[in-house]
Design a protein around this ligand. Structure first.
Ligand SMILES: Nc1ncnc2c1ncn2[C@@H]1O[C@H](COP(=O)(O)OP(=O)(O)O)[C@@H](O)[C@H]1O
Ligand SMILES: [Mg+2]
Length: 273
């Protein structure tokens, strides 16, 4: 069973702007997918559809094998955790613990179960010890992790993350990757401009510009400069450097995308270890 299925999906906003058209996508359970594309490509719109917050204006949407109609949208939303781009849209209680507990409390779970979920989610999001802090006094990166904890406390099988590393400093970005990396059993769709984060966290990339321009692995994408250009994407410095080095030395093989892959190639090249 697929986690998310879209067939012929399009979306037109009320003012008549058609933000998406002709989208066919199947996302398998447990899959990690990067959704990349220029500003205005429709990434956020597509995530809102995948979370059943917007109903497609054309085509069909399935979540966890069930066709989503207005009638079942509310139930479908329980399968999906959506991390908004701006944590201020998501974090609103005066105390961190209450904010993370907000969703589970709404599920009418027992107090013990709520406590268990909140503790587990705060631990996973790296904010243990923040229970009594005021979210509006936290840094942007910390607030983001409070928002993630709130999402995780609902235990959704699907996570949708809208530009999760935007506006984070390098350490905040690293912290976020470290939070997301262990969540291997979740289906994840990450909208991002940040290809190096995408390389680390996902193994499938969808390039979007109102419709799907590319859907495949990163190696296939790095060989399609015309698509990178069309989507205004830039390869991270490691593959850019390695591409130049391979040209210069005549070394063949798959282009290293991460620091570890690059080191393997460089080590292998001169036999040092
Ligand atoms: N509420 C809205 N009403 C009309 N047009 C909108 C609305 N929200 C977004 N759009 C338009 O839809 C397009 C896709 O937007 P969005 O999904 O936010 O793109 P992205 O997240 O890739 O930057 C853009 O042209 C944007 O201006
Ligand atoms: Mg967006």
């Amino acid at each position: 069973m697929d986690a998310i299925g879209l067939s012929g999906v399009g979306y037109t906003y009320e003012d008549g702007h058609r933000a998406l058209r002709g989208i066919d996508l199947q996302i398998k359970k447990g899959e990690k997918v990067a959704l990349v594309g220029p500003n205005g490509a429709g990434k956020s719109t597509l995530l809102h559809i995948m979370s059943a917050l917007y109903m497609p204006t054309e085509g069909e949407l399935e979540i966890m094998g069930e066709k989503v109609t207005r009638k079942v949208a509310e139930k479908a939303r329980l399968s999906v955790g959506f991390l908004f781009q701006d944590p201020d849209d998501q974090v609103f209680m005066p105390r961190v613990w209450d904010d993370v507990a907000f969703g589970p409390n709404n599920l009418k779970l027992s107090a013990d179960e709520v406590k268990r979920r909140v503790e587990e989610a705060m631990e996973a999001a790296g904010i243990k010890g923040y229970e009594d802090r005021a979210p509006h006094h936290l840094s942007f990166g910390e607030k983001k992790r409070v928002a993630i904890a709130g999402v995780l406390a609902m235990r959704p099988p699907i996570l949708l993350l809208d530009e999760p590393t935007a506006n984070l400093d390098p350490q905040g970005r690293r912290d976020l990757v470290n939070v997301l990396m262990p969540l291997r059993d979740k289906t994840m769709v990450i909208a991002t401009h940040d290809l190096s984060v995408a390389f680390e966290l996902t193994d499938r990339v969808i390039v979007l510009k109102r419709t799907v321009l590319y859907d495949g692995d990163f190696r296939g994408l790095v060989e399609r400069p015309e698509i990178l250009a069309e989507a205004r994407l830039e390869l991270p410095s490691v593959p850019r450097l390695m591409e130049r080095w391979m040209e210069r030395t005549g070394r063949k093989g798959p282009l290293p995308l991460t620091i570890d892959e690059a080191l393997d190639m460089l080590d292998g090249d001169d036999g040092r270890r």
